[in-house]
Write a protein that binds this ligand. Structure first.
Ligand code: ZN
Length: 151
């Protein structure tokens, strides 16, 4: 990766930390799930409003390290408007980026997290919110999915 591109990606993560997108409880949510990463102390709740199979609205609430919070913020921008199949495909792509450092063929902000692969302990930080979102997609109701998930 060129130094310029690396700087650009660093900016993406810093920007999501400073100005988290879609942060806060979603009053209209019909799905939610909690994610917990005890090894780092990160917590994340993801709220979805599904319209049929499409994520019409998405938000998160959480606390923890910079990687986990920036990743949750970026995730909400990536998943809004996607179907559950599209969301799973994106997570697969993101998972490969953070575990191998391999950059996606299409330029994407998700690649900002490629550097995480060099720090295996942080991979869980980066994927926590995605696990919560996919759990929320699989769940039935808010009430049934408020249990914590540990993937
Ligand atoms: Zn963390």
């Amino acid at each position: 990766m060129s130094a310029e591109l690396s700087d650009l990606y660093q900016q993406v993560i810093l920007d999501h930390n400073r100005r988290p997108r879609n942060r806060g409880r979603l009053p209209t949510a019909n799905r939610s799930a909690h994610g917990d990463n005890p090894s780092c102390g990160d917590q994340c709740d993801v709220f979805l409003r599904l319209e049929g199979d499409r994520i019409a609205e998405i938000s998160f609430e959480g606390s923890g390290c910079a990687i986990s919070q920036a990743s949750a913020s970026l995730m909400t921008t990536q998943l809004k408007g996607k179907t559950s199949a599209e969301a799973q495909k994106l997570f697969k792509e993101f998972h490969e980026i953070v575990t191998t450092g391999k950059e996606p063929e299409v330029i994407s902000d998700l690649a900002a997290f490629a550097g995480v692969h060099a720090f295996p302990a942080r991979i869980k930080c980066a994927t926590l919110s995605w696990h919560a979102a996919l759990n929320a997609l699989r769940g039935d109701t808010v009430a049934a999915t408020t249990e914590s998930h540990k993937d």
